[in-house]
Design a protein around this ligand. Sequence first.
Ligand code: PGA
Length: 260
Amino acid sequence: MEVVITEDVDAVAGRAADIVVALLRSRPGAVLGVATGSTPLPTYLELGRRVAAGEVSFERCRAFLLDEYIGLPPDHPECYANVVRRRFADVVGLPPHHVAGPDVWAPDLSAACAAYEDAIVSAGGIDLQLLGIGADGHIGFNEPGSSLASLTRPTTLTSVTRGANAHRFGSIDDVPRHAVTQGVATIGRARHVLLLATGAHKSSIVAAAVEGPITAMVPASALQLHPHVTVVVDEAAASRLSLADYYREIEAAGPAWRPA
Ligand code: PGA
């Protein structure tokens, strides 16, 4: 796991945008996995600025949603398909028909989940999966106790997650109780995973995910088994990492394969 500690929210966005831009320059038709939540929003805005500056284009790229609520009407503003269109695709100029999500309105949800897995495979797999991390350790909507071998499936949200998202709905009672999420193993199939976390309120769970035991109680800890994960955090979110100084040394020294 590569852990990059940056100063603040803007620096996290800058570093994350660097990674996305580098991928799209080498692979303009790359397949992205996109996350909702507050954490990636500054990164999406930074990517929009880089598109406006002519540094990169998303016209050929494709994207898959990480998760989607069950039970909202398709035109609801908090449907993740709509959130991703507003906050990401429109901002970076990604054609709307290049963004796919699980069909949570299908009469046969299991078949829709399997079809979503197939669609990701048919697209060649996800090159870069962006992730936030929930205060309860979830990635996507893989809540504590999720099988670390799970694939895309319907799941039930914890009250921690529903509480964290209540401000977007006005009240916790209006936050859906269920969602379809890419599974922990689905996320693990992405070639590169980019996990972002900012703020002191994420410091304990970041430490648990990065340095704690691999456990279904902290689904993000499964990323320790992945060969290519970059965790980009600000100083506040890094404040409980016991190896923080070592991560800084690694960053300052540059890649180990660079000649002296
Ligand atoms: P947040 O959500 O970015 O709004 O903190 C993260 C998540 O739940 O994955």
